[in-house]
Design a protein around this ligand. Structure first.
Ligand SMILES: [Zn+2]
Length: 232
């Protein structure tokens, strides 16, 4: 298994790049795109975001959550997943969809369906592969913690700060679902309420911390986009 930090991610990137166009065409996967992301504080897992269509904007949100927002969360949030990420497969494939027929936010797949990753490949250097799907439209409209989400929302009056808050909120949701499904991957027997409690705690603490930091930085300036009521 490649041991240096960028090793496996680089190997996977090279592997995807080397796959002939003809093979992809035969597989009906020519409009499939892949975006790779790694957590800055650990070499693995390498997150492979599989998306459809020309615009990778949604996949970029997931990648940003892994590569940037993860490090912005309080240390206890990251520690709560340290053991899970440690035991996760070296490669975690995320099939990004618009919706799921069942209406779920995401699922762990028992069998890897994404064709380039469905079978072991020497480029993976023996790293295991796990797979999940995330339904982006559902995540966008999901109120993870209805009372808290609304309470925090009222602290930002309409404007650029509120848009920033909404974007951040969405990325924390995506990240919490990614962690939730990874938890299922490494502990298939764990009860749903235990898995959910951990991911909701992550989301809640990450978001509260974001708002507190935003408040602290804004209190030194007169920021009209920040509601006075929120400072009570
Ligand atoms: Zn679950």
């Amino acid at each position: 298994m490649p041991s240096d930090h960028a090793g496996l991610a680089q190997a996977v990137a090279n592997y995807l790049r080397s796959r002939p166009w003809a093979a992809r065409w035969l597989e009906g996967m020519v409009c499939r795109g892949y975006l790779l992301a790694t957590f800055p504080d650990r070499p693995q897992p390498v997150v492979v975001i599989a998306y459809r269509g020309r615009s990778p904007a949604r996949a970029e949100q997931v990648a940003h959550a892994v590569e940037h927002d993860w490090m912005e969360t309080p240390a206890p949030c990251r520690e709560a997943y340290s053991d899970i990420l440690e035991r996760a497969p070296g490669i975690v494939v995320v099939q990004l969809r618009r919706k799921n027929v069942c209406g779920c936010l995401g699922h762990r797949h028992v069998v890897v369906k994404e064709i380039p990753f469905a079978e072991p490949h020497e480029a993976f250097g023996g790293a295991g592969v796990g797979e999940m799907d995330i339904a982006y439209d559902r995540v966008e409209s999901w109120l993870a913690q209805p009372l808290m989400d609304i309470a925090l929302d009222t602290q930002f009056v309409a404007g650029s700060r509120r848009q920033e808050f909404h974007d951040q909120q969405l990325r924390f949701r995506l990240l919490s679902i990614l962690l939730h499904e990874t938890h299922h991957m490494v502990a298939p027997q764990a009860p749903e309420d235990v898995v959910r409690e951990r991911s909701l705690t992550f989301y809640r603490e990450a978001l509260v911390n974001y708002v507190e930091t935003a408040r602290a930085t804004m209190s030194f300036t007169i920021d009209r986009s920040f509601s006075r009521l929120g400072k009570e």
